[in-house]
Design a protein. Sequence first.
Length: 122
Amino acid sequence: MKVEPRIDAVFVPVTDVARAASWYSGLLGLPEADSTHGGMIRDLPLPGETGLILDAHAHARGEVIDRRVPLLMFCASDFDEVLAFARAQGTSVSEPEDIGSATVRYLDDPDGNRICIKVSKS
C-alpha cells in the first residue's frame, strides 16, 4: 500500500457547525452545504482536489484544541476583501507580516482557530 502524495481534506475543529459554515462560506465566497453525521460535520466545496471539513466531534468529546498556531493558509490577491469581511464579522486581523516571498495576516475563526491569509508579492 502506498499513500498518495496529496491532501484530500483539511479538518477544522469547531464547536458550532452552522456558525462555522456561515463564517467560512462568507470568507471564501462559497455556498453553504448541508450538515452530515448527525449535524457534526459540514463539508465545504472547494475548487480543486482538497476539501474543507468543519468537524464538531472533538468538541463533543471534550477534547481541548491548541489554537495558538495557524491551522491552515488561504491565498488572496490582496487584503482589502479579507479586511472588509473581518470587520463585518467582528473578526480581528493581525498586522501584515512580511515573510519574504509573501505578506501574511492572521485571523481567528469564531472558534478561535488561527487562519493564515497569504498575498504573494508580484
